[in-house]
Design a protein around this ligand. Structure first.
Ligand code: BMA
Length: 321
């Protein structure tokens, strides 16, 4: 389907913001950057909230229709106080992503501590109990998203290491067991003087389409008024997700609504989750201004077309891919 010029490719839900701190039955200041998945015929959302000490925890909500959510009475994941997780989660847990493989839900989240930020992996089968598996990166990693399928017996994930030398880029790593990761390579870099020039990072768990894995990512542009976070789309090869088939030159979502422009951090739309319907539709969830949760809908075909019809180079500079 061709999208009419100026028609938004992502249609915002009229009920936005769909979740705010007023919906949470315990004291929090924000509700944002939620991982989202389908479980037992319902949509499950694991959302991040700032406490009034500035540190974050993760709550849970569920929905019949994917738009109206009922929030669980207690947080789902708070910083551990024991062992290695206690050491590395002391400053908070943030930005969960959920991938389902063989009925097991894998949750990656940022673990903050005096040692920096790294990624932890937990898993659940029922969203009632949760088991921490391992800390799966060293410091200076955020936005790790595991592909919801194995490739020749190996797991794959999108990475986002920090670096002073190069603008922060998307990498891909492999693992035989979810705990040990390697064979890393950079797959996508920011483009200079482009909407995502300052840094990019993996966003929602990639969605399988007939033409490739659709990845909705975030890109950042620095302005005189601070950074602007927007969303873009990239298409990864189905058999080898380290190969990028196309990256839309244009962003697909930018801060526009008042609750995306103003809040805890101004001018931010940031996604950690999107869920495909049975009929080519996709529900996309994003945090607005690090304060509220919003949702929108799009056609997967339109997003894939955008990646392939007007693609910018995945990597700039050294790697010519
Ligand atoms: C990033 C992360 C996100 C946040 C975004 C905008 O660096 O910290 O959790 O949504 O900044 O503030």
């Amino acid at each position: 389907m061709t999208v009419a010029r100026n028609a938004p490719i992502i249609e915002r839900c009229p009920a936005n913001p769909i979740l705010t701190k007023d919906d949470i039955p315990y004291p929090v200041e924000t509700v944002h950057n939620a991982g989202v998945t389908r479980y037992d015929g319902r949509t499950i959302m694991l959302f991040r909230s700032h406490l009034r000490n500035g540190r974050s925890i993760i709550g849970i909500a569920e929905s019949e229709d994917g738009f109206k959510f009922i929030v669980g009475p207690k947080p789902f994941l708070i910083p551990s106080t024991e062992g290695a997780f206690g050491e590395y989660e002391a400053y908070g847990v943030e930005d969960p992503r959920i991938s389902c493989i063989d009925g097991e839900y894998l949750i990656t989240y940022s673990a903050y501590s005096r040692h920096g930020v790294r990624i932890a992996l937990a898993k659940t089968r029922d969203f009632r109990s949760i088991e921490r598996v391992a800390l799966i990166t060293q410091a200076d990693m955020r936005n790790v998203v595991i592909f919801p399928e194995k490739f020749n017996g190996r797991y794959a994930r999108l990475d986002r290491p920090h670096s002073e030398i190069s603008p922060w880029s998307v990498w891909l790593s492999w693992s035989p067991d979810l705990v040990h990761w390697g064979d890393s390579e950079v797959v996508m870099k920011p483009v200079p003087y482009h909407w995502d020039e300052s840094k990019i990072g993996p966003g929602a768990t990639p969605i399988r389409t007939e033409r490739g894995w659709l990845s909705i990512y975030h890109g950042v542009f620095e302005t005189m008024d601070g950074a602007v976070y927007r969303l873009g789309v990239a298409l990864h090869d189905l058999a080898n997700p380290a190969k990028i088939l196309g990256v839309s030159d244009e962003w697909v979502l930018a801060p526009e609504d008042p609750w995306e422009i103003t809040g805890y951090v101004h001018n931010v739309v940031f996604t950690c989750g999107a869920v495909a319907d049975d009929d080519d539709g996709v529900k996309i969830y994003w945090g607005g201004a690090d304060t509220v949760m919003c949702a929108g809908t799009a056609r997967l075909d339109d997003l894939v077309d955008l990646c392939l019809s007007n693609s910018r180079p995945p990597c700039c500079g050294g790697n010519s891919r």
